[in-house]
Design a protein around this ligand. Structure first.
Ligand SMILES: *Cc1c(COP(=O)(O)O)cnc(C)c1O
Length: 419
């Protein structure tokens, strides 16, 4: 089996009669029923990733980083597996509540939480992660009771600038001295939160953070006689989008962090904390595959031939925003030998609207289906209607059945906002 199938596509992906099959459903059938572009989510992969976290960290609360793909159906699947949700806006909170995620499994984030978010979080019994001293006073004023303090250790994660979050000067969290002050004012606070960054493909910064947090706990015990009962290590595990990128399993990542915690914590005579993890990307990214229809093929220069597809930076802004790399395969001719390298361009009026710089494909033709793997996180979640292009639908596949979980937006939906 080609590596793209086993390593980048969802667990249930296979090729039958030359065609890519996801969750037991043929890709041409998905395209016929739901149109393209369409983001297809494999339920078995989502459940498998959720179980991997729960197995690697028994007893921990695993709260899905909802922003990776806010979807009631996906939140329901994860809640069935016993996960909670990490939300940072009233909208995300509403998605999680609509999915039936219990209040005590909700973790509330954000560096500028709306009053309504704080109020509703307090009312639902959620854990509020304080992001400033000023917010602490606002939360106290509305009688919220369950808190963590987010602290910024000053550690630089090895990832894109836009998704580093624990460095000095980050807009998130409290610098250590302010975090001490927060706990002095709020000793009933349950514990500490750190989140190093997102799309981490190296663990050095995460391990350093675990060490840092145990020395910080020692400082808090010495200065305030306070010990954290809860440690929330955030999310951040990266996924590979192309085979050349490094990859780590959930077991390796969580196992590494737990090992470090189990080494440093007792050394300082600290009691075992209740742990929280907040994975987003690593739960849903590889579960998602975007199917596009090829509009045409154009030779632009001796070096570059474009394949154009019926979507682009509106449904997946990650290549334009983060220089993210992707690969692709022809879903309807998945067993044909590749012919030559192509660039995959979207339909938007920007030269930057190139989803893939270079990918080897069998000679594509208008009408072919192009599948882009590992598009389950931060794609639809960050989609736009640029060029007045309606956003694609999402479909959940399982055991040969496909269920629409988010309908396609229409031009009428867009026009409905015009006054
Ligand atoms: C974005 C975010 C997450 C999820 O991050 P992933 O990289 O998708 O795992 C978790 N916690 C916080 C505080 C976040 O901001």
């Amino acid at each position: 089996m080609p590596a793209v199938l086993t390593d980048l596509l969802p667990d249930t992906a296979r090729v039958a009669d030359g065609e890519l099959v996801l969750g037991g459903v043929r890709s041409t059938e998905l395209a016929r029923e739901f149109g393209t572009p369409v983001v297809v989510y494999d339920e078995a992969t989502i459940r498998g990733h959720a179980r991997a976290y729960l197995t690697a960290a028994p007893g921990a609360l695993v709260a899905y980083g909802t922003k990776a793909f806010p979807s009631v159906a996906v939140l329901q699947v994860l809640a069935e597996e016993g996960l909670g949700a990490d939300v940072s806006t009233v909208g995300e909170l509403e998605f999680a509540l609509r999915a039936g995620v219990p209040g005590e499994r909700l973790v509330i984030h954000g560096n500028n939480k709306e009053d309504e978010l704080l109020r509703r979080a307090a009312g639902s019994g959620a854990l509020i992660v304080l992001d400033s001293l000023e917010e602490l006073e606002r939360a106290r004023a509305i009688d919220a009771t369950r808190f963590l303090v987010r602290v910024t250790p000053g550690i630089e994660a090895d990832t894109h600038e836009a998704v580093k979050t624990a460095h000095h000067g980050s807009k998130f969290g409290l610098p250590p001295d302010d975090a001490v002050e927060a706990i002095r004012r709020l000793p009933e606070c349950e514990g500490l939160h750190v989140h190093v960054g997102s799309q981490l493909l190296h663990f050095g910064a995460s391990l350093m953070t675990v060490d840092w947090i145990s020395s910080f706990a020692v400082r808090l015990r010495a200065e305030l006689g306070w010990t954290p009962r809860v440690i929330d290590l955030g999310g951040g595990l990266g996924v590979r989008h192309v085979l050349e990128e490094p990859s780590f399993t959930i077991e390796e990542f969580v196992g590494g962090l737990l090992g470090e915690l189990q080494r440093t914590w007792p050394l300082q005579g600290l009691p075992d904390p209740q742990l929280i993890f907040e994975p987003g990307r690593s739960l849903v990214s590889r579960a998602g595959v975007t199917l596009y229809t090829v509009g045409g093929v154009k030779r632009a220069s001796a070096a570059t031939t474009y394949v154009t597809v019926d979507g682009g930076m509106s449904d997946n802004p990650r290549p334009a925003m983060y220089n993210a790399r992707y690969t692709a395969l022809l879903a309807n001719r998945a067993d044909e030998d590749v012919a030559e390298p192509y660039s995959v361009a979207g339909k938007h009026c920007e030269s930057g609207d190139v989803l893939i710089e270079r990918v080897d494909l069998p000679e594509p033709r208008r009408g072919d289906l192009l599948a882009v793997p590992v598009t389950g996180a931060y794609t639809l979640a960050m989609s736009s209607t640029y060029n007045a292009v309606p956003r694609p639908p999402a479909v959940l596949v399982r055991d040969g059945e496909a269920r629409l979980i988010r309908r396609r937006e229409t031009v009428d939906d867009l026009l409905a906002l015009e006054t």
